[in-house]
Design a protein around this ligand. Structure first.
Ligand code: SF4
Length: 469
């Protein structure tokens, strides 16, 4: 048994999110998430479920669970963890599916996903972290916020007439026929933690035994957004929160339920193709592209608005038409507002293992922050192409072969500086051996229907092509 002060063997040894955070978590001091993570990890380890466990992570303060648990992990879009967990559970009947969700994620945007997964009695355990507030986004009112509790969006306190009553998810789930276990626990004091350990263990045993759906609501302190010190936050759960959300087991059918197995139908690709009338479209590998590497792992990066994502998409689409295996992964985020925007594109002769490109072998950098950030990642044998119209300084010590391409300048000469991405397309296509000029022209003719626009883009692609000679 792992001692309370020891790191659980079900955790990674170090948390690699940031070099400065290797030993700690991203949770705020005194946050209940850390305690809950530790209980889950200990019980997974003790039950020997680490190799079977598949976590589905939420959007919210629990978003980084994949940095902590040394098990399989999938991230879901906001509120969709229970839906994703349904797919994970059905596709991996031998796995132990664990959905980890907060109150904004599960009880607001994801309510319907959560309730229907429960109502189907899916083989999964759902941890519902109820801290009465939206934590990660800064303390907005959540469905679980208490009456009169203040938040940044209810500065005078929650009002029933305005916001309705606090949503009691555990009671709702317990009212359904299908769930096997429904309970509410707390992680705010030793007594509650001891009880939580027992309930969580039972929920995991139910998963091990394939006995259906378990829902565990966890009352968890959020000192940061409650504006309390950690001790006061823990006390507040006992003194106030538990009055609205009583701790206890609301439903336990574990002894009455049998193991349940859903048939996982694996449909063969040929059968799907036949249903869609796509037979006779066998891949002609002779149509595949000859490339400088068997797998090109592109990173396209620049400012938002420079057509970075479209450039990656064009490259991916053209490659796909040549029977290559392709992925395109855009990076949306705060970077889009004036910083570095990027997308990852993988073009390969074999099925692509991961669409994420951490170490590109071709970097296209259209602004200096992109070159500074990604240039050093490209290894010897790789290629770095940068927009020399906007970048006047190249970082020292780049290992890859570096090409300066005055993309913006060349695009201006064709009549529109916005066509810089198409200049790059022509240059990259020739340098990597991806496409012939005639193929680029045919693709642009398909893409740009207005003659004036097509004309500019044809000139732009030609400018890039010529420069790559
Ligand atoms: S904001 Fe609240 S819930 Fe989120 S990590 Fe900090 S204390 Fe925990």
């Amino acid at each position: 048994m792992t001692k309370v002060y020891e790191k659980s063997p079900a955790f990674f040894d170090t948390f690699e999110r940031k070099p400065s955070m290797k030993k700690t978590t991203h949770y705020c001091p005194g946050c209940g998430h850390g305690t809950l993570n530790k209980i889950i990890a200990d019980q997974i380890a003790e039950l020997g479920l680490q190799d079977q466990a598949i976590f589905v992570g939420p959007v919210g303060c629990g978003v980084f669970i994949y940095y902590y648990f040394e098990s399989a992990c999938v991230s879901a879009a906001h509120g969709r963890a229970s839906a994703v967990a349904t797919a994970v559970s059905r596709a991996n009947p031998d796995g132990v599916t664990i959905s980890y969700q907060g109150d904004g994620d599960l009880a607001a945007i994801g309510t319907s996903n959560a309730i229907h997964a429960a109502n189907r009695g899916e083989n999964m355990i759902v941890f519902f972290v109820n801290n009465n507030i939206y934590g990660m986004t800064g303390g907005q009112l959540a469905p679980t916020t208490l009456i009169d509790q203040t938040s940044v969006t209810s500065p005078t306190g929650r009002s029933v007439l305005n916001d309705g009553y606090p949503l009691k998810m555990a009671e709702m789930m317990a009212g359904l026929e299908a769930p096997t276990l429904v309970a509410r626990v707390g992680v705010n004091n030793p007594r509650n933690i001891r009880q939580a350990v027992k309930v969580i263990r039972k929920g995991l045993e139910i998963q091990r035994d394939k006995k259906g759906y378990a829902f565990i609501e966890v009352l968890s302190q959020c000192p940061t957004n409650w504006k309390k010190d950690p001790k006061d936050a823990c006390d507040w759960i006992d003194d106030v929160v538990c009055k609205e959300y009583p701790i206890g087991v609301l439903k336990d059918m574990a002894d009455e339920r049998d193991a349940q197995e859903r048939e996982c139908k694996r449909v063969e690709f040929d059968a799907i193709a036949e249903q869609l009338g796509l037979t006779g479209t066998e891949e002609d590998s002779s149509q595949q592209i000859e490339m400088i590497h068997d797998e090109l792992r592109f990173k396209f990066a620049g400012f938002g608005g420079q057509g970075i994502l479209s450039l990656g998409l064009m490259m991916a689409q053209m490659s796909m038409e040549r029977n290559m295996e392709v992925t395109w992964l855009p990076s949306y985020g705060p970077e889009m507002r004036g910083g570095v925007a990027n997308c990852s594109v993988v073009v390969s002769k074999e099925p692509v293992g991961s669409p994420a490109v951490d170490i590109p072998n071709v970097l296209v950098a259209l602004n200096r922050p992109s070159l500074d950030k990604f240039g050093p990642l490209v290894d010897e044998g790789g290629v770095v192409i940068y927009n020399s119209s906007l970048i006047d300084q190249v970082p020292e010590g780049l290992k890859a072969k570096v090409y300066a391409l005055p993309a913006s300048e060349l695009a201006s000469e064709t009549g529109n500086v916005k066509a810089a991405n198409v200049v790059v397309l022509g240059f990259v296509a020739r340098k990597t051996g991806l496409f012939e000029l005639s193929e680029l022209e045919a693709f642009l003719a398909e893409t740009f229907k207005k003659p004036a626009l097509l004309d500019i883009n044809l000139k732009a692609v030609m400018a890039g092509w010529d420069k790559a000679e």
